[in-house]
Design a protein around this ligand. Structure first.
Ligand code: DX5
Ligand code: ZN
Length: 226
């Protein structure tokens, strides 16, 4: 698969209409990846889709899937999402017992391997193992719900990661998720993010395609300036 270039816009289907999923997937055909929030009502206090639903989404989506697992015991469940054919599978660092071993397994199956950190989780432990991942997701809200406000206090961590990646010549993607909108995307892009998840900002727009391209333009301009 040819990988889309930065800045990448990944609409979160958490903000889609769950009973009109096929139509709502078709509306984001010009975006880069469909972001799929898997929640287990345990790692986070909310419940969404499981593997069976994600398999149907994979079969139906016009664009590849970016699966974000907000679940405990990712060692047990994450490989199944890679087997379904998800382009990328991201698990939480806070939930994993052996993040490197799990990332290697995901890559072996053929998906990109991602690791996510909650707003209060430090990222220094990832510096030495950056090459083990294709994507690092810096949460810009507490995981669990769409429609929350962007937390600017997560930006120093993102900036440090971007600097570290540059220093090491790493090509790891830096993703942000939560509260990304026309008003906040430039802040995250300037801090070094290249991949942007947006739920309510995309699906809440009258013209979804225009919202995606506007977010992309704003991110591109802000990353060129920084
Ligand atoms: C939150 C999810 C996000 C969420 C983002 O736990 O991981 O992907 O859908 O929604 P917005 O863009 O509305 O903050
Ligand atoms: Zn997410």
């Amino acid at each position: 698969m040819e990988l889309p270039r930065a800045p990448r816009i990944n609409p979160s289907i958490l903000a889609a209409d769950f009973v009109n999923m096929q139509a709502d997937l078709a509306r984001i055909a010009t975006a880069d990846f469909a972001h799929v929030d898997v929640m287990d009502n345990h790692f986070v206090p909310n419940l969404t889709f499981g593997p069976q639903m994600v398999e149907r989404i994979q079969a139906t989506s016009p664009i590849p899937l970016d699966v974000h697992l907000m679940i405990t015991d990712p060692e047990r469940w994450a490989p199944g999402y890679a087997e379904i054919g998800a382009a990328s599978v991201t698990f939480h660092l806070e939930a994993a017992t052996e993040p490197v071993a799990l990332a290697r397994r995901l890559r072996d199956i053929g998906s990109r391997a991602g690791v996510a950190v909650k707003p209060a989780t430090p990222v220094e432990s990832l510096y030495e193992i950056l090459d083990e991942f294709d994507q690092i997701l810096v949460m810009t809200v507490e995981p669990g719900f769409g429609g929350q406000g962007f937390m600017p206090e997560t930006m120093p961590k993102l900036r440090a990661l971007a600097e570290e990646a540059r220093r090491r010549g790493s090509s790891v993607w830096l993703q942000v998720d939560g509260g990304i909108s026309d008003r906040t995307i430039e802040i995250a892009a300037a801090a070094g993010a290249d991949t942007f998840v947006a739920g309510s900002a995309v699906y809440g727009a009258d013209d979804v395609e225009a919202a995606v391209s506007r977010l992309r333009d704003l991110a591109r301009a802000a990353s060129l300036e920084s």
